[in-house]
Design a protein around this ligand. Structure first.
Ligand SMILES: Nc1ncnc2c1ncn2[C@@H]1O[C@H](COP(=O)(O)OP(=O)(O)OP(=O)(O)O)[C@@H](O)[C@H]1O
Ligand SMILES: O=P(O)(O)OC[C@H]1O[C@](O)(CO)[C@@H](O)[C@@H]1O
Ligand SMILES: [Mg+2]
Length: 342
């Protein structure tokens, strides 16, 4: 079998470990060959390929980013897009299956292609951890470790200057990174997209921290909305899929907090530092296992399915199950964390 793998959507620590796991697993099946599509679906529609073998993936599991590159190209658009064109590309390049590694957008595209009869299997990826059908996605653990270390560091400078610091982390629709990093680092409030809060409530937490003689540290996810805001703050234009690029809510909140409480308040946005660099050991293991298991699904011709983590097991689920709605932070998890706020 000749298998083509692609990485699409925002990059994520562990993508290279998936590629290595998949290539090493398939090299155990006689007659198997691997190629990489460069820059996500763009490489599929343009037939932009690179050869992958044991040699190419040597030492790859600890490497950040993706050796294949990524993009937000829509495989259904453009003169070379659509199932018929892609089917022709596969035939011309003797490719028997596509292994698509990506988030909900990439996997939705994979599902639609599988429904159109193409041989596609998915691997879930997102640092935001908001994909349903998998308990955790690789990249999340690394992002939480990075954000936790950053908040720990920010706390000492906040204490030295008796400032309030608002730390912004990633999380477009779901506040998993904020919830976990905020709880791990002992943030005095955590603000997530699923739970709008008023500035009055935030300032109540900030004041109560100050009254105890501490410097308030708040963790906010980029997708958080204040009560009364109709959508998440965005001032950076649109991405390739015409969605607002988020980011900057911490810069909105810090001056509001200062105006309401009189406490000097600053903002720090962690941004892409959460997505770059070496994956944690946990993510290397998870990504490697998912990559290996995805090859099994290809060999079994389970088109339209996806590998997922359930408890400690890697299982097969339908891509439909993973993409029909996002995995948001349940209200109970937020209330549990909120017990520690202020
Ligand atoms: N419903 C859809 N049908 C076809 N293509 C889609 C669909 N939704 C998204 N895509 C394509 O897949 C690309 C990747 O999706 P997206 O940008 O959401 O990244 P992702 O895989 O979800 O990863 P991330 O976690 O970064 O969001 C999009 O830019 C778009 O071109
Ligand atoms: O700036 P980019 O690369 O489009 O990605 C930003 C988005 O990707 C994510 O990191 C992962 O989906 C989101 O939290 C964030 O909104
Ligand atoms: Mg997406």
């Amino acid at each position: 079998m000749r298998i083509g793998i692609l990485t699409s959507g925002g990059d994520c620590p562990g993508l290279n470990a998936v590629i290595r796991g998949a290539v090493l697993k398939s090299s155990r099946f006689p007659g198997n060959e691997f190629v990489g599509f460069k820059y996500g679906w763009r490489g599929v529609v343009n037939a932009d390929l690179m050869h992958l073998d044991r040699q190419t993936v040597r030492g790859l599991s600890k490497q950040g980013g993706t050796i294949l590159g990524s993009s937000r190209t829509n495989p259904f658009e453009g003169p070379c897009g659509g199932p018929e064109n892609i089917s022709r590309v596969l035939k011309e390049n003797r490719i028997d299956a596509i292994l698509a590694v990506g988030g909900e957008g990439t996997l939705t595209a994979a599902r639609r292609l599988a429904e159109a009869g193409l041989p596609v299997v998915g691997v879930p990826k997102t640092i935001d951890n908001d994909l349903a059908a998998t308990d955790y996605s690789f990249g999340f653990n690394t992002a939480v470790e990075i954000a936790t270390e950053a908040v720990d560091r920010i706390r000492t400078t906040a204490e030295s200057h008796q400032r309030c610091i608002v730390v912004e982390v990633m999380g477009r629709n779901a506040g998993w990174i904020a919830l976990h990093a905020g709880m791990a680092a002992g943030a005095h409030a955590i603000l997530i997209p699923e739970q709008p809060r008023s500035i009055a409530q935030i300032c109540e937490w900030v004041n109560s921290v100050r009254h105890r003689g501490r410097a308030p540290v708040i963790v906010v996810a980029e997708g958080f909305v204040l009560e009364g805001m109709t959508e998440a703050h965005s001032h950076k234009g649109l991405d390739a899929f015409e969605r607002p690029r988020l980011g900057g809510i911490a810069d909105i909140l810090a001056p509001m907090i200062e105006a309401h409480t009189g406490i000097e308040s600053r903002a720090t946005t962690l941004g892409f530092a959460q997505r770059g660099g070496v994956p944690s050991a946990y993510d290397r293991v998870l990504a490697t296992r998912l990559g290996m298991a995805a090859v099994d699904l290809v060999v079994q011709e389970q088109w339209g399915s996806m590998v997922a983590l359930r408890g400690t097991k890697i299982v097969s689920v339908s891509i439909e199950e993973a993409t029909h709605k996002p995995k948001l932070v349940p209200v109970q998890r937020y209330e549990e964390a909120a017990f520690l706020f202020g």
